[in-house]
Each structure stands twice: as structure tokens, then as C-alpha cells.
Design a protein. Structure first.
Length: 275
């Protein structure tokens, strides 16, 4: 059983609590929505699922219903006792902590101990840095299905040459394949956000899209940041000081191109070019 709007309001009232804007809290209060998310995640018995920003446990319960083993992370210490009372009877492990600062190997174990799927309604204020951090630092997480602002979803999954495409799109593409798999209306949240949300599926690549032996990830990120720092500049100007002019001819990439024109492999060739 998942949480209805009425039950969420009752729990908040019981605890003398209210959603905290500073933590980007918007609780899902529609059982159909959380079950849809669990279904799209494709998890079930034998799977290990991580949820970040569990709140009062509405999505958590839907994930537990699938038979998966669920670990729920929540930073708000005021919510944690309520969350425990809701989800621990369903066999969920609750971890209190900041997802951007946790020792993930201690929470999840090493990659050799098993793979994890992240399924989460991510707090709006940390969604992008959190997805990138987990891709960079937590290889045990093999798949993600995350609910984020629609605009953020488009950026995470954008392809080269499209309007939402930017530096974060390239970084995500380095590590994973991402696509938007559904929309979520504002009406299913408490409080109701001013923007629509969307679901993004992110599947980690077996190996990065650019061979780390050709160019280091740190070097690639530095070049990408420079290329997108002023989006309207042509690359020959945006990358002055980061890439030698001869790299354009050597890679076959036009110096008059702009950052949004290059896919991740082209960024890799440009960043890794050596005379």
C-alpha cells in the first residue's frame, strides 16, 4: 500500500512538519504515479534498489511492493522517524544522511558485491550534481530512473545539436545512455511545484564513451566546460588557451562549430588531440 494525499498530510501534521523548500521537498501523493515509476524501473525480486530523498515513503512503498530489496536515504532528520515508521515494516532499510556526502561504499558495498538501481524523486536543488556525482564515483549503481524537473530531464538526456544540449549532457553521455521516458504532472506533488517533472532513464555504459587512455576524464571535463562557458562563441575562440589551433585540422572538427554541435566522441577527439 502506498501513501495517498490525505495520508501524507496526516503524517506531516502528526509530526508537526511541513515540506522544506531549502531541501527541495515535493512529496508524491499519487499511488498510480509511484507504481508507474516502479514499473518503469523494471525492478523486482533479487534486485537491489537505492532511493534518495525518500521523504515520507510513498515511492519507497511502491518499490518494496515489487519484491526488490530497498535502501532509502533521507537527509531531513525531522522526517526520518516518520519514514522509518512507514517503510521499515515493509522491510526497507533507512539511512539518514546527505546523499552528496555519504560514504557510498559503506552504504552499498563495492561493485563486486552486486549492482544497484537508483529509483528516486530527486530533490530539485541537487538533482544535476547528484546524478553526475553518482556516475563519477559510484560504479555500483548500474541504472537510474530519476524524477526531476522537465527542463533538467531534457538537459540530462539531450543529444548534440538540440537546444537543451550542454556540458552536463556531454558528461552524462560519457558515462551512460540517457533518455526521457515519461512526464509527471505537477498535480501529483505536495506542495505543488511551479514546473512539470519528467522521468529519465540512465544506463551506465560498460566502458566510458571516450577511452580514458586517449584523454583523461578531468582533461575532457575542462575542455567541455571551456567550450560551453560562452555558448554562442565559436570553438576556436571559446577554446583558445585550452586547445591548440592545429587540433581542429587534426581532428576534422570545424573551428567555427559551437559547443552544442559536438557529440561526446568529438569532444574526446578534440580534448585528446596531440600533434
Amino acid at each position: 500500500m502506498t501513501l495517498s494525499r490525505r495520508r501524507v498530510n496526516e503524517l506531516l501534521e502528526t509530526g508537526g512538519l511541513a515540506p522544506r523548500r531549502s531541501l527541495g521537498q515535493n512529496f508524491v501523493v499519487d499511488p498510480n504515479t509511484v507504481r508507474r515509476v516502479a514499473r518503469l524501473a523494471g525492478v523486482g525480486p533479487g534486485d537491489r534498489v537505492l532511493e534518495i530523498g525518500a521523504g515520507l515513503g510513498s515511492l519507497t512503498l511502491a518499490l518494496a511492493e515489487t519484491g526488490a530489496t530497498v535502501t532509502a536515504v533521507e537527509v531531513d532528520r525531522g522526517l526520518v522517524p516518520l519514514l522509518r515508521s512507514v517503510v521499515e515494516p515493509a522491510g526497507v532499510r533507512v539511512v539518514e544522511g546527505d546523499a552528496l556526502a555519504l560514504d557510498w561504499e559503506a552504504v552499498l558495498g563495492s561493485r563486486s558485491e552486486g549492482r544497484w538501481t537508483l529509483v528516486a524523486n530527486l530533490p530539485y536543488n541537487i538533482a544535476t550534481p547528484l546524478v553526475v556525482t553518482l556516475l563519477e564515483q559510484v560504479p555500483a549503481i548500474e541504472r537510474m530512473l530519476v524524477m526531476v524537473q522537465a527542463e533538467v530531464a531534457e538537459r540530462l538526456a539531450a543529444a548534440a545539436g538540440t537546444d537543451p544540449y550542454g556540458a552536463v549532457s556531454v558528461v552524462v553521455a560519457y558515462w551512460a545512455r540517457a533518455r526521457v521516458v515519461g512526464k509527471v504532472p505537477a498535480a501529483v506533488f505536495v506542495p505543488r511545484p511551479k514546473v512539470e517533472s519528467a522521468l529519465v532513464s540512465i544506463e551506465r555504459r560498460p566502458t566510458p564513451a571516450v577511452d580514458p587512455e586517449l584523454v583523461s576524464y578531468e582533461r575532457l571535463k575542462d575542455v567541455i566546460r571551456a567550450g560551453f562557458a560562452q555558448r554562442r562563441k565559436m570553438l576556436r575562440r571559446a577554446l583558445a588557451g585550452s586547445v591548440v589551433p592545429a587540433a581542429f585540422g587534426g581532428t576534422g572538427i570545424s573551428p567555427e562549430a559551437r559547443g552544442e554541435d559536438l557529440d561526446v566522441q568529438e569532444w574526446g577527439r578534440l580534448a585528446g588531440w596531440q600533434a
